[in-house]
Design a protein around this ligand. Structure first.
Ligand code: CMC
Length: 428
């Protein structure tokens, strides 16, 4: 006999089965609640609502645990490569050497995009934010690969769509930057690794792989690994919900990119550096901005602080903070904005307001510091997040499809007018 809870309402008792996950987390199964009782649940921002059962990522916000397919983020960030982690997330197991070689080979040989994509790119003004451009270009892949429109095609064809997404995202991402700079685009080079190829298409450094120090190369790979999945976050939920209508993978990922763009989600990494620049421009008075963040009549928030799920620490931030220190030491960078970041971190970590609410620096607080040190422009930071998050979006989409989940369609509590009569325009 499984666990259950009882709901008592207006003299009736309803049984609610309890579903228990691998790590003993309990969930009330309310899937029959409305048909049995007429009740729905209301949970703004889905703070207490599980939208699915998933075998991809485990996250314990209280204890700061993050695992992909059972492997700890600390171990993966230290020992694995990004494409190995991508394989793990998407197919469920770590690849053997030959599986990984084949996967990398497939990705390498699909990195070129159709020449006509260039004319779409040319249509964007140079001021266009790269995230908007990237979302549009990913959606445009449906036009170049019309078979991808049908997610019910054979497993091999769906896999081809997945490989193309991973292979082409760095090209499209780098091109969105080239449009921003009004510079000629760079084509992918098959002899370069995934990350080096992206940096080559951004900065035109054919010898990037040879010149880059192992510390910096590892830091970029770590960043991508740490961003690769984060269970049912805003963009992953968006990807699943768009895909649940049987929209294509490219359309679903394009929507995920749009969801990630916002400053409360992936856009926070850009917002962090803009905030630090603002504090610097305003004389560097960190205390003033901490006070503003605490003032309820002021909408200002410390960007890069706080998380919906992590209330003690963000395990990704712990790893990335160390990587940021390594990169800055390696490159010998001294940056006044980074000094402000360190001061802000210290003031906020010791402040009662932040302690009481469990507000700690999150992954975006430190990732922006690394991107800045590498010379990546601020409005490309969220694009870097998207590059890292792609395997997670694909894994979430694939799981949702394979589990044949129903279309995502929440209910609501209506609070508008009751029925009223139409009034002719001359009488209003
Ligand atoms: N600065 C000041 N106060 C804050 C902040 C902040 N960054 N974040 C939360 N609070 C306060 C908030 O005002 C509230 O206070 P009170 O209880 O007195 O009303 C309390 O902390 C709880 O905040 P919430 O908005 O109810 O929490 P949430 O879970 O809905 O929001 C969040 C989580 C990440 C959206 C929020 O912490 C935030 O806006 N942070 C800044 C943006 C940011 O860094 N986002 C990146 C998240 S990590 C990357 C990713 O996974 O996307």
């Amino acid at each position: 006999m499984g666990k259950k809870a009882e709901l008592h309402f207006e003299g009736n008792v309803y049984d609610l089965p309890v579903i228990t996950g691998t790590e003993n987390e309990n969930a009330l199964d309310i899937s029959k609640l409305r048909s049995q009782s007429g009740l729905i649940t209301l949970d703004r921002g889905f703070k207490n609502t599980g939208s699915t059962e998933s075998a991809i990522t485990f996250l314990n916000g209280e204890e700061g645990v993050l695992r992909y397919r059972g492997y700890s983020i600390e171990e993966l960030a230290e020992k694995a490569t990004f494409l190995e982690v991508a394989y793990l997330l998407i197919y469920g197991e770590l690849p053997t050497k030959s599986e990984l070689d084949f996967f990398i080979d497939e990705i390498t040989h699909h990195s070129l995009v159709h020449e006509d994509v260039k004319s779409i790119l040319d249509g964007f003004p140079s001021k266009a934010h790269p995230m908007g451009v990237l979302s549009s270009l990913v959606s445009s892949l449906t036009a170049f690969y019309p078979k991808s429109l049908d997610p019910n095609r054979s497993k091999e064809e769906v896999n081809g769509t997945i490989i193309r997404a991973i292979a082409k995202l760095p090209t499209l991402a780098a091109w969105s930057y080239k449009n921003r700079m009004r510079q000629p685009i760079m084509y992918p080079k098959n002899e370069l690794s995934y990350t080096a190829n992206f940096m080559h298409m951004m900065f035109g450094l054919p010898t990037f792989e040879k010149e880059i120090s192992p510390v910096v190369a590892k830091a970029i790979d770590k960043l991508l690994i740490l961003h690769a999945d984060h269970e049912q976050n805003c963009s992953a939920s968006t990807v699943r919900i768009v895909g649940s209508s049987h929209a294509s993978l490219y359309a679903s990922v394009s929507a995920g990119i749009a969801a990630l763009w916002g400053p409360l989600h992936g856009g926070a990494n850009q917002a962090v550096i803009e905030m630090l620049e603002k504090i610097k421009g305003d004389g560097g008075d960190v205390d003033k901005y901490v006070a503003k963040a605490k003032d309820k009549s002021d909408s200002f928030r410390l960007m890069g602080f706080g998380h919906r799920v992590y209330k003690n620490f963000d395990p990704r931030a712990t790893i990335i903070k160390k990587a940021a220190d390594d990169v800055l030491n390696e490159l010998g960078i001294e940056d006044p904005v980074l000094d402000i970041a360190k001061k802000l971190e210290q003031v906020a970590l010791n402040d009662e307001y932040f302690k009481a609410r469990g507000l700690y620096p999150n992954v975006d607080f430190y990732s922006g510091i690394i991107y800045r040190a590498l010379g990546i422009p601020t409005d490309m930071f969220t694009v870097m997040f998207a590059l890292g998050r792609l395997p997670g979006w694909i894994a979430q989409w694939k799981e949702m499809r394979e589990n044949q989940e129903p279309i995502g369609r929440p209910r609501q509590v209506y609070t508008g007018y009751p029925e009223r009569l139409y009034v002719n325009i001359e009488n209003r």
